[in-house]
Ligand binder design. Structure first.
Ligand SMILES: [Zn+2]
Ligand SMILES: [Zn+2]
Length: 268
């Protein structure tokens, strides 16, 4: 059996509007589970329509990270990141740039949680299945084109909301836009996050689905991160080990870790 050291690059603490555990208890739980490295990725948005707008206190977040780094230095590598919602919106680009200019982040996930300022679960109301998924992927493409991010977060998370009413999507139905997204991120050296949280949901698969990872690999993509998207300490890295093994079996030799937004391969 192959034993891979587990890392988790998508973790929320109570610095996020929906996080339940504090940084200290999240680190303690990670150490208990023998996780080697975690990156906190707190929700952040400069769009006043988003639920996380104005929630993050960046200096408090930084203090807590620094304290945890000191306290757990021997046992756990701790990185400071953000999950930024819709980082591509032109109307807020100056504010975002100014904010990021004053930060010392290790890692940034770009995520689409809203389309035109409307939450995904509301955006899909009264729309046909094809349009729900297609318009979601089109929004991801806009983010891939311009945003200053390290990875695309939970690509295809639309299925989490659309699954109950419309079922999962077939990649062939959206192959053009998905290929465009993958080509764009490969060209811009933006990575793809494998988000394990879909395994705890009815949809029961990772975001993005395995077929997309295969396309990404065929196109020459190789920048992957793995995250649990945990919002409470108990769920830290719960599926990361098995997904890292799966990625290795797919022929990827490494995933990536980040420091000061520079990536380093983490060999599998
Ligand atoms: Zn998210
Ligand atoms: Zn998240």
């Amino acid at each position: 059996m192959i034993i891979i050291k587990v890392i988790d690059y998508h973790v929320h603490s109570d610095n996020s509007f929906d996080g339940k555990s504090d940084i200290d208890s999240t680190c303690q739980e990670s150490i208990k589970k023998e996780v080697q490295e975690i990156c906190f990725t707190e929700h952040f948005s400069v769009d006043p329509r988003d639920v996380s707008f104005g929630v993050l206190d960046y200096s408090k977040y930084t203090c807590e990270i620094n304290e945890a780094r000191k306290k757990y230095k021997k046992y756990l590598l701790i990185k400071k990141g953000l999950e930024i919602g819709e980082p591509h919106l032109a109307e807020y680009s100056e504010e975002l740039k100014n904010f990021l200019g004053g930060t010392d982040l290790d890692f940034i996930i770009g995520s689409v949680h809203n389309i035109n300022g409307v939450k995904l679960r509301l955006f899909m109301k009264n729309k046909k299945k094809y349009h729900i998924y297609q318009e979601y992927f089109e929004e991801i493409y806009k983010m891939a084109e311009t945003a200053d991010i390290d990875v695309i977060g939970h690509l295809d998370m639309m299925k989490r909301y659309a699954y109950a009413e419309h079922g999962n999507y077939h990649i062939e139905d959206h192959s053009g836009i998905i290929q465009n997204i993958l080509e764009k991120i490969i060209q811009r050296k933006i990575g793809l996050e494998i988000n394990c949280s879909g395994l705890n949901h009815d949809v029961n698969e990772i975001y993005p689905k395995v077929e997309i990872l295969k396309w990404y690999k065929e196109l020459g993509g190789e920048i992957l991160t793995v995250g649990s998207d945990s919002h409470r300490s108990e769920s830290i890295a719960s599926k990361n080990g098995e997904i890292m093994e799966m990625v290795k079996k797919m022929g990827f030799q490494y995933i990536y870790t980040y420091e000061s937004r520079k990536r380093t391969p983490f060999y599998l």
